[in-house]
Design a protein around this ligand. Structure first.
Ligand SMILES: [Zn+2]
Length: 82
C-alpha cells in the first residue's frame, strides 16, 4: 500500500508545424493519394565487388506502390545487419 510515484506533469507543447498545411503527394500517373508499402529484400554477397566488409549484407528496399494504378513512386534503401 505504498504511495504511487508522482508523475511529472506533462508539458503540452504546440508542434512547430501546422498539419493543415500538408500537401499530399499524388501519383504522377493517376493523381491518386494512397500508396502501399512494398519491401524488396536483397543481399550483397561478401564476395561482391565493392563490399569491403567481408560479410554478407542484407538490403531492404522500401517501395511505395500507388493503389490506384500500381506505379512505383519512391524508393528508400536501408541496410541491416552484417
Ligand atoms: Zn497511380
Amino acid at each position: 500500500m505504498g504511495n504511487m510515484p508522482k508523475l511529472n506533469p506533462i508539458k503540452v507543447q504546440r508542434p512547430p508545424i501546422d498539419l493543415s498545411q500538408t500537401v499530399f503527394m499524388k501519383c504522377e500517373s493517376c493523381q491518386y493519394e494512397f500508396f502501399d508499402i512494398a519491401w524488396r529484400l536483397g543481399k550483397i554477397s561478401k564476395f561482391a565487388d565493392g563490399n569491403k566488409t567481408g560479410q554478407e549484407i542484407n538490403i531492404e528496399s522500401k517501395v511505395f506502390i500507388c493503389r490506384g494504378c500500381g506505379l512505383r513512386v519512391g524508393q528508400k534503401v536501408e541496410t541491416t545487419g552484417h
